[in-house]
Design a protein around this ligand. Structure first.
Ligand SMILES: [Zn+2]
Length: 498
């Protein structure tokens, strides 16, 4: 034991439990370099055990064993026996040797433009970055795998020769462009690959066992990354893939060999069913449309219909609106639906009413009520998913709020104005009996301004005939309408400030 460092400071001895970096006069451990991770293992003497988690170079020829003294004590000058974690080292070595074969095979399959741009070798895998403009095809990946495994099956002995750099260059051994090499280098011959390398390697290519590429991705423009595994790791990987295939086959109730065909069949079936569903929905929407005509109400001398068609999309809403216009004659209508998480609105105003009410304004105003944005001169809109729950509320009133400036729709009764202009108290009950007031809450923005978060405003109408004219415009006031309840002809709207 030459030296012990605790958090960068040299110490003479170490007690159990302490983390340290220790340096020995000689070691079988490999320190991280050339993309191969450092060894792990153990330093021992009688009851003293120092667990080595990693080995890193302190200086080019000085290896630091990073780890923890798990038992006993350790002092400079002490003699220990060093044992590398053999299975981990063997797995790392297999992956390193396979990296050389992979590099060679990539150049053969893709071309000599392939140059190493980085590599990482550990017990689990080899990760190899290289220059190539495109993603590899399945065929190219299979060809690379076949070449590497052929080299493995040839089971040739690995040769490492140390020679002057100039001589190494003359042999044509692969070297990294831009890398600084010493005057004397180590040429590693494995299979048909010759490369400068100081790492640890298998004795024969057959030791690698099996080579399997697991992923192929891009890391930057013109740089691809392959991850591959060898030996028992490759076996575990293929077993996992087969297990996944089995479970898919089971789920599809098809033999493994027919999984792809069966999946294609199911997707076709699903598409056909989606088409059929759309057709049925459209039919349903237009049927709903004719039933809805009876729900039209007279407001300020205008026949008004506001309704939700659950699940309808924009074309279906349009179809229903066309039908309703035919049935109702002179009328203003707004239809709404939540489809695929979005609110769709469509408005239609018959020609005779256009002077008083425009479809574009109508739809824009309703859009704002449900948390969307209007769009100029559009008679239909598709909005985001917000405030969907406002949709099933009292639509006629929502609609009537659409034209606050319109003379035809101005509130007539004094009580309405009173509500509009009087600040309301939290939990105050407002009697709206007998109201024929389309706009009370539109202007309660002012009234609600004094309310605190969590407080509830109740507005009650006992006149069920006119209650549709009475709705809190939650969005208009920046508040959220939480729920409504209906009991014995009473309508209660709870409103909570956000
Ligand atoms: Zn190497």
């Amino acid at each position: 034991m030459l030296a012990i460092y605790v958090q960068g400071t040299e110490v003479h001895s170490l007690g159990a439990g302490q983390h340290a970096v220790v340096v020995l006069d000689q070691t079988p451990f490999y320190a991280e370099s050339g993309g191969q991770v450092g060894d792990s293992g153990e330093l021992r003497q009688d009851a003293t055990v120092f667990a080595v988690h990693d080995t890193q170079k302190v200086q080019p020829q000085v290896f630091g064993h990073h780890g923890q003294l798990t038992s006993g004590s350790l002092a400079v000058g002490q003699t220990v026996s060093a044992a590398v974690h053999a299975a981990r080292r063997a797995a790392t070595v297999r992956n390193h040797s396979a990296t050389h074969l992979l590099h060679k095979a990539l150049r053969e399959v893709l071309g000599s433009h392939v140059a190493q741009k980085g590599s990482l070798v550990d017990t689990e895998k080899t990760r190899f970055d290289f220059t190539h403009p495109n993603a590899l095809t399945a065929r190219e990946i299979a060809a690379v795998e076949a070449l590497v495994n052929q080299e493995i099956l040839a089971n040739q002995a690995t040769q490492a020769r140390t020679m002057p750099l100039e001589q190494a260059k003359a042999t044509g051994a692969m070297m990294l462009f831009g890398e600084k090499y010493a005057d004397t280098v180590r040429v590693l011959q494995i299979g048909s690959s010759a490369e400068l390398c100081g790492g640890t390697h298998v004795a024969r290519t057959g030791d690698i066992g099996l080579f399997k590429i697991t992923t192929e991705t891009g890391v930057a423009a013109g740089i691809r990354r392959i991850e591959a595994t060898t030996g028992l790791g490759a076996l575990a990987y293929t077993q996992e893939v087969v297990a996944q295939l089995n479970s898919v086959a089971q789920a599809l109730r098809a033999p493994q060999s027919e999984v792809a065909a069966k999946a294609g069949q199911l997707i076709d079936q699903l598409k056909a069913q989606e088409k059929e569903l759309a057709r049925l929905k459209s039919k349903l929407a237009s049927n709903q449309g004719s039933d809805l005509a009876q729900q039209a109400v007279q407001v300020a001398g205008i026949q008004v219909l506001v309704a939700e068609l659950p699940g309808a999309d924009v074309p279906q809403l349009r179809e229903a609106a066309d039908k309703l216009r035919d049935t109702l004659g002179e009328a203003a209508l707004v239809l709404a639906a939540v489809h695929e998480g979005k609110v769709s609105l469509i408005a239609s105003v018959s020609k005779g009413l256009v002077a008083r009410l425009k479809a574009g304004e109508l739809v824009n105003h309703v859009a704002i009520q449900v948390g969307g944005k209007g769009a100029a001169a559009q008679t239909w809109l598709r909005l985001g998913a917000r405030n969907q729950k406002i949709l099933p509320l009292h639509w006629p009133a929502l609609c009537l709020g659409c034209k606050p400036g319109s003379a035809a729709l101005k509130p007539q009764k004094p009580f309405c104005r009173k509500i509009m202009n009087t600040p309301l108290n939290p939990d105050q009950e407002v009697d709206a009996t007998g109201l024929n007031c389309p706009l009370p809450i539109l202007k309660t923005k002012k009234a609600l301004a004094g309310m605190q978060s969590g407080q509830i405003l109740k507005v009650i109408s006992t006149d069920s005939g006119s209650v549709r004219d009475f709705v809190l415009f939650a969005k208009q006031t920046g508040n959220e309408l939480l729920e409504q309840s209906e009991a014995e002809g009473k309508f209660v709207f709870y409103m909570k400030r956000r």
